[in-house]
Design a protein around this ligand. Structure first.
Ligand code: AHR
Length: 502
């Protein structure tokens, strides 16, 4: 029998709600015909945004939403996205070469902030560090954050319909500058970041949280060289909140999401499990220049990156893919990893929200569906802002020459408002697990909520034709003295238990 032991007295701290962040880029079908249908659409909408999606998204309490890229950010001019929508320019954007679609700029700063306010998320703006100037980004911040009446840019914002400042705190400076963001060396990236933030600092907005572009996955050397260069300037002159890392499980490999065998299942799972090493090693390297750990590690983009074309648009929407139990298990494994490293990860954003990569939604025309990934976020919601609890797992392990050791059971635990939440994923494709839950430190009630997301066939997915093929099922259970739960093969589950007062 497998075992999860939880000590209610051992914690790494609070699980920042920002670990449950999201990413939405102006790419393919994320916005156009995805999140955004336009005010005149016959699809029910709230000020242009698809109502069904807004209503659903709000339910999982998204803490943060990153925009407008991704790589898109590195050809974005924020001025294209303000003013009357009918007069906004159409542009060839960063992704044009890949999908020949033009950017209509219908979703600009005001619309995006409106979406964030509707769902209760903090906007996180990714600023262009490659093809505009520091002054241009400084002006964007001034446009967003200065009270009306003080400067011409603030008045322009008011004239465009928002007298109140947007108060955008999260600003990513650059995106993947080792690649699409200018093919920079780490030293050049750090120098550019310093050049930009020195100018941005002159705005005096001490609440702004600037995020420096970090590495691609396991590229630890990037972080070492970046940090070394960055640390040459005094901390107070280069205000920095975090350093980002992007990690996609099968980038450049492209697993097929509609068919996979046992090997394809485990290859993806082993790759996803590398997130532990990615966090631990990047943090250790950051420690060399930031021993006090003032900087946060920001996993700006994460998710599975499958072969193109498995989504409902059949390849029209760039990087759109279907989602099944393998994606759900990867989402759960990754979120458990973040929870268990909540002392070092400051934010994480799954890529992307709709019609793209590891998405929570698929949509087009009147059609809209919540993917299994959505349900994982919904099941894990209670961890946001809760006190993390250390858990010790005893389960079968697997070995892989390339990736190392995999524990076939993933779990994390937290407590908030007298409720203990334990989330789990059975990474074993074929074998269910009987799990003994051992809780020390306090008594727990016998009654518990047990929610399971699983399917007889792990390839099951939610489609426009069959939108509820894969949904979680919740039941009330009584935990006997032996405190045992059964976790089906290839599944995700949550246990919620009331903690008794002393
Ligand atoms: O998420 C899709 C793309 O992946 C983003 O634009 C880029 O940042 C990453 O390479």
């Amino acid at each position: 029998m497998d075992k999860i032991s939880i000590d209610l007295n051992r914690s790494r701290g609070t699980i920042a709600k920002e670990l449950y962040g999201h990413f939405s880029e102006l790419i393919g079908g994320v916005f156009y015909d995805g999140l955004w249908v336009g005010e005149d659409s016959k699809v029910e909408n709230i000020r242009g945004f698809r109502k069904a999606l807004v209503d659903s998204f709000r339910k999982i309490a998204p803490p943060v939403l990153r925009w407008p890229g991704g790589c898109f950010a590195e050809t974005y001019d924020w001025r294209d996205g303000i003013g009357p929508r009918g007069r906004r320019p159409r542009r060839v954007n960063w992704w044009y070469y890949h999908d020949s679609r033009l950017e209509s700029n219908q979703v600009g700063t005001h619309e995006f902030v409106d979406l964030c306010r509707m769902v209760g998320a903090e906007p996180y703006f990714a600023a262009n560090m490659t093809s505009v100037t520091p002054l241009h980004i400084r002006n964007w911040i001034e446009y967003c954050n200065i009270p009306a009446g003080l400067t011409s840019l603030a008045d322009e914002r008011a004239a465009n319909g928002s007298p109140e400042p947007f108060n955008i705190h999260y600003w990513g400076i650059g995106n993947e500058n080792w690649g699409g963001g200018g093919q920079m060396s780490p030293e050049m990236c750090a120098r550019e970041y310093i050049r930009y933030t020195t100018i941005l600092r002159s705005l005096g907005m001490h609440d702004n949280r600037y995020i420096m572009c970090g590495a691609n996955g396991l590229d630890f050397e990037w972080t070492r060289r970046l940090m070394k260069e960055w640390a040459k300037r005094p901390w107070q002159e280069t205000p920095t909140w975090g350093v980002s890392v992007h990690y996609y499980t099968d980038w450049g490999h492209g697993h097929d999401d509609l068919v996979f065998d046992e090997e394809g299942w485990y290859d993806e799972i082993f790759r996803a499990d590398r997130m532990r090493r990615i966090i631990d090693e990047h943090r250790q390297i950051m420690d060399e220049e930031d021993p006090e750990r003032k900087l946060k590690l920001v996993i700006d983009e994460w998710g599975n990156w499958h072969k193109d074309g498995s989504g409902p648009s059949k390849g029209y929407n760039l990087f759109e893919q279907q989602s099944n139990m393998r994606d759900a298990v990867v989402a759960a494994l990754t979120l458990n990893t973040f929870n268990n490293r909540c002392d070092v990860v400051g934010m994480a954003n799954v890529a992307q929200l709709c019609n793209n990569l590891h998405s929570l939604y698929l949509a087009g025309g009147e059609n809209f569906v919540e993917t299994p990934n959505y349900y994982v976020f919904s099941m894990f919601k209670d961890h946001q802002g809760a006190k993390q609890l250390e858990s010790c797992i005893e389960a079968d392990t697997m070995e892989n020459e390339k990736y190392g050791t995999l524990n076939t059971l993933s779990a994390s635990a937290s407590v908030a408002d007298g409720m203990l939440s334990i989330t789990m994923a059975n990474l074993d494709l074929n074998t269910s697990k009987d799990i003994h839950i051992d809780i020390s430190g306090k008594k727990v009630a016998g009654k518990a909520e047990w929610t399971v997301l699983s399917a007889a066939d792990p390839l099951t997915c939610n489609t426009f034709e069959d939108p509820f093929a894969l949904v979680p099922k919740m039941q009330e259970i009584t935990l006997s003295e032996s405190k045992t739960v059964k976790l089906p093969a290839a599944s995700v589950a949550k246990l919620r238990i009331h903690i008794m007062e002393d």
